[in-house]
Every structure is written in structure tokens, then in C-alpha cells.
Design a protein around this ligand. Structure first.
Ligand code: SAM
Length: 250
């Protein structure tokens, strides 16, 4: 059977498309796109002519069946979303799972994703992070989900839309308190790219005072819970070494 290539596309700056992405998009038999109206101009920009099928959350099950048949018949296809890496808060999971179950090869063509792009320049710990996608739209549910994360030590990463970002910032402040550090990445790879970081209190005040900056696309990154000093010391050293260390403190 053929191969499905899962192709990442830019999250803003078109120059971020990879050589391999371009070669793949040009050479497959068809492209399944989240929104064909969105993908057409991208292909036009790179002078690629292709057959497009739509694959979005409302037709993914049915479309996946049709694409499976094509792949089993030996055609090669590509999957793209509107921006970034497919399946990362974008359609494609139903298709990829079906193809894996059917034994069809699925090959990733890596490239931009907002979560990794944001983390790579935010200045928060990245050794362990928890990607949470979008929080619930309603404040009650959002706060419940946030409360469940209070003790998570990994850096927490959220996607957010501009019309909810102020509400989400104030819920973060309410649940996690004023001191936790937050980094906001806005309009990554685009002309008005901006990083804002500080305590939850400071970042809230900044966006309330600069409501003109509450537009575009956002990634929110929250510092993880800090283990207490004693907990950390006792988990890392045995009591004897710990006592020695304390004696040497100024
Ligand atoms: N598949 C995409 C990826 O790999 O990042 C994510 C798609 S999701 C539907 C769209 C969300 O991703 C936006 O609401 C925003 O939170 C984030 N995002 C996408 N592009 C971004 C950018 N250029 N700057 C900041 N955030 C971005």
C-alpha cells in the first residue's frame, strides 16, 4: 500500500516550511487538508499544484475510510492542518489511528508547532512539561481543570484564543496565586511576535493595561509547582549529607 505523510506547515512565517515538506507536498497523489481554502494559498505560494480533500472534525471518520481505500490501492497522500503540526490540537488522530490499525505506513515530516516554538524561547524549565491544549471555554470548568494541576511540577503549556486570554489569565491568577511565573508567547514567527513574562500578577496587569496586545495567537506557559526546600533536599540527599550541607550554609 501507499504511504501517508503527516506534514507540518508554518505557524506564521512561510519561510519556516521545510525542504522535505515541499518535496513531499509536490510529489504525493493528493493532500488531505483541514481547510482547503486555507491550504490552497499556501500551495500557490510555493507553486505546487495538487488534488485537495478536506479532512476536519466533522467528516474525519467518513473521510478516513475513503483515504484508507486510496492508500490501500497504492496511492501516497499527505495530511496537513491550517498551521503547525497535524494532530496537535488539529484533525488527524482518527485517520492516523485507522491507518496504523490497517498496517498502512504513516511517515511524519516534522516542522513547526506552537508548543515547542514557545517553550524553546520562553526561559521556563523544559526538562519536563505538560501540554494541556485548550482549557474549557467556561470559567467553572476551567478553574476545576486548573485546580487539578496545582501540584504538577512540570511546566504547564496552554493554547488560548485572543477572546478568552484575559479571562484565562485571571483564572490562572485566582487558582495559582500571584507569585507563580507565567510566560506568554504571542504571534510566534510573525511580524508582531512578543514574549511577556513575569509573575501571574504582573502578566495579568500588563495585558489589562495593554488591551491592544490582546489579539493574535497565544501560548501560555506556567511554571510548575515548586517542591518545598526540605522535600527537595530530602528527596535528593540522604540525611547525613543533608546535615553536612546545612552546616556549610552561611
Ligand atoms: N497544530 C498547531 C500546532 O502545531 O501548534 C496548533 C493548532 S491550534 C488549532 C491553534 C492554536 O495554536 C492557537 O490558538 C494558539 O494557541 C496556538 N498557535 C498557533 N500558531 C501560533 C502562533 N504563531 N503564535 C502563538 N500561538 C500559536
Amino acid at each position: 500500500s501507499g504511504i501517508l505523510y503527516v506534514v507540518a506547515t508554518p505557524i506564521g512565517n512561510l519561510a519556516d516550511i521545510s525542504q522535505r515538506a515541499l518535496e513531499t507536498l509536490a510529489s504525493v497523489d493528493w493532500i488531505a487538508a483541514e481547510d482547503t481554502r486555507h491550504t490552497k494559498p499556501l500551495l500557490q505560494h510555493f507553486a505546487i499544484q495538487q488534488t485537495l480533500f478536506s479532512l476536519h472534525e466533522h467528516n474525519e471518520a467518513e473521510r478516513s475510510e475513503q483515504l484508507l481505500v486510496k492508500l490501500l490501492a497504492g496511492e501516497n497522500g499527505a495530511l496537513v492542518s491550517d498551521a503547525g503540526t497535524p494532530l496537535i490540537n488539529d484533525p488527524g488522530f482518527v485517520l492516523v489511528k485507522k491507518l496504523r490499525q490497517a498496517g498502512v505506513a504513516v511517515v511524519p515530516i516534522p516542522g513547526p508547532s506552537a508548543v515547542i516554538t514557545a517553550l524553546s524561547a520562553a526561559g521556563l524549565p523544559t526538562d519536563s512539561f505538560r501540554y494541556m491544549g485548550f482549557l474549557p471555554a467556561r470559567s467553572n470548568k476551567r478553574k476545576l481543570e486548573l485546580q487539578a494541576l496545582l501540584e504538577t511540577t512540570a511546566t504547564l503549556v496552554f493554547y488560548e484564543s485572543p477572546h478568552r486570554v484575559l479571562d484565562t489569565l485571571s483564572d490562572l491568577l485566582e487558582v495559582f496565586g500571584a507569585e507563580r511565573e507565567l510566560a506568554v508567547a504571542r504571534e510566534l514567527t510573525k511580524q508582531y511576535e512578543q514574549f511577556v513574562s513575569g509573575s501571574l500578577q504582573e502578566v495579568n496587569e500588563f495585558f489589562q493595561a495593554n488591551s491592544g496586545k490582546v489579539r493574535g495567537e497565544f501560548v501560555l506557559m506556567l511554571q510548575g509547582a515548586q517542591l518545598q526546600q526540605e522535600e527537595r533536599a530530602s528527596s535528593e540527599f540522604d540525611p547525613w549529607i543533608n546535615a553536612m550541607l546545612q552546616q556549610n550554609l552561611p
